[in-house]
Ligand binder design. Structure first.
Ligand code: COS
Length: 383
């Protein structure tokens, strides 16, 4: 545990109150404006939410996995755009640096990531390399006192706001798959690095993704993550293990929120002379959602504890991501059904969550990739 139990409980309660009182009232506005108001961004920074997982010696809270999950279970009870704003600094945008960065690299970036002064992005995906991340084509050629990078990264979360990118590029064309891939820390404003226009998405309005384009982008040797070539793919995979667990917690939180909203609606909405919650067919939907969300919560907490105990949880993290993201899809679908016509109308916000939830089954590894990771690990362990 990074924090005393009382301090941690207080933090969880503070985040829960902040979500309830400050963020939930803004959900519709954030979606309409496709932007989080600047004053809210500042409040998020003041609460320390950008630095939840960054080690304390670099100005963060240094939460362990269980603590991180407990916060995600609160932060996820509102539009995912708010979580996404701090998601990269606490997850895929900083983890590679924390796990494998040199002391100089950590000291240079982590304190500013912890305060939110600097936003980070994880640039792995490419137009031709999505699920098959190891086939990425971006190249990093050794030239003079550093490397020259060329390539395009696609759908990169927070790219329009980022000051720091962890870019994965091929340093060794002769080595297949992920083996010839290295990670680079590249600052926004570096000549040769440019950001495309923000993507237009199905949901998660207020959270932004864009292309990151590298054209003869020259970086010094010091930009090579950890100072070691061809270790980037492993860094990416380790990063995703933790990221997948975090996303699983966010799925549980959104499911719990939708169940709460559905229950409230079902108890208030009357048809055939009684609240629809009295009907067993509505009860079945509520009960299935509750049971599934509870199962996912238990999985996430257990896996987080195992990770904190030092166990390799690559399989379990994939199990959590697979189950929790599919679960919230079903819960969101039932929430629309319980709300009936109102569930389809934008004014009630349920259809927005339905669209927002769809991404969870895709990013940080699709459900099919989680299945592959789980099955492969099972076979490996048995052979
Ligand atoms: N932790 C540490 N190392 C890992 C690892 C993990 N969880 N998973 C894999 N590795 C290592 C392997 O040990 C292997 O190392 P060696 O080269 O030393 O043997 C290397 O990484 C390559 O692994 P593997 O052979 O499994 O790679 P594949 O290309 O076959 O596929 C998958 C790996 C499909 C699992 C990977 O490409 C993947 O996760 N794809 C989805 C990408 C994704 O999530 N994208 C979302 C973008 S970020 S929002």
């Amino acid at each position: 545990m990074a924090l005393e139990a009382d301090t941690m409980n207080e933090l969880v309660e503070t985040v829960a109150r902040f979500v309830r009182e400050r963020l939930r009232p803004l959900e519709a506005r954030v979606a309409d404006d496709d932007a989080i108001p600047e004053r809210i961004r500042q409040e998020i920074a003041d609460l320390g939410l950008f630095g939840l997982t960054i080690p304390q010696e670099y100005g963060g809270l240094g939460l362990d996995m269980e603590e991180e999950v407990r916060i995600a279970l609160e932060l996820g009870r509102t539009s995912p755009a708010f979580r996404s704003l701090v998601g990269t600094n606490n997850g895929i945008g900083s983890l590679g640096l924390i796990l494998d960065g040199t002391e100089e690299q950590k000291a240079r970036y982590l304190p500013r990531l912890a305060t939110g002064e600097l936003i980070s992005s994880f640039a792995l995906t490419e137009p031709e390399a999505g699920s098959d991340a190891g086939s990425l084509r971006t190249t990093a050629r050794r030239v003079g006192d550093g490397y020259v990078l060329n390539g395009t990264k696609r759908f990169i979360t927070n790219a329009p706001h980022a000051g720091l990118f962890t870019v994965f590029a091929r340093t060794d064309a002769g080595r297949e798959g992920g083996r010839g891939v290295s990670a680079f820390l590249i600052e926004a404003g570096t000549p040769g690095l440019s950001i495309g226009p923000a993507d237009r998405k199905m949901g998660q309005k207020g959270s932004h993704t864009a292309d990151v384009v590298l054209e003869d982008c020259h970086v010094p040797f010091a930009a090579l993550l950890g100072g070691v070539e061809n270790q980037g793919f492993r860094t990416a995979m380790k990063t995703l293990d933790r990221g997948r667990l975090h996303i699983s917690a966010v799925c549980v939180a959104m499911a719990e929120r939708l169940i709460e909203d559905s229950l409230a609606y079902a108890m208030e909405r009357r048809q055939f002379g009684q609240p629809i919650a009295e009907f067993q067919l509505i009860q079945a939907m509520l009960a299935d959602s509750r049971a599934e969300a509870y199962a996912a919560r238990c999985m996430v907490m257990e896996t987080a504890r195992r990770r904190d105990a030092g166990q390799d949880v690559a399989t379990e993290a994939a199990c959590c991501k697979l189950f929790a993201s599919e679960m919230v899809g079903r819960v969101a679908d039932r929430a629309v059904q319980i709300h009936g016509g109102a569930g389809y109308m934008a004014d009630y916000g349920i259809e927005r969550f339905y669209r927002d939830a769809r991404l969870f089954r895709i990013y940080e590894g699709t459900s099919q990739i989680q299945q592959i990771v789980i099955a492969r690990n099972m076979i490996r362990a048995a052979s």
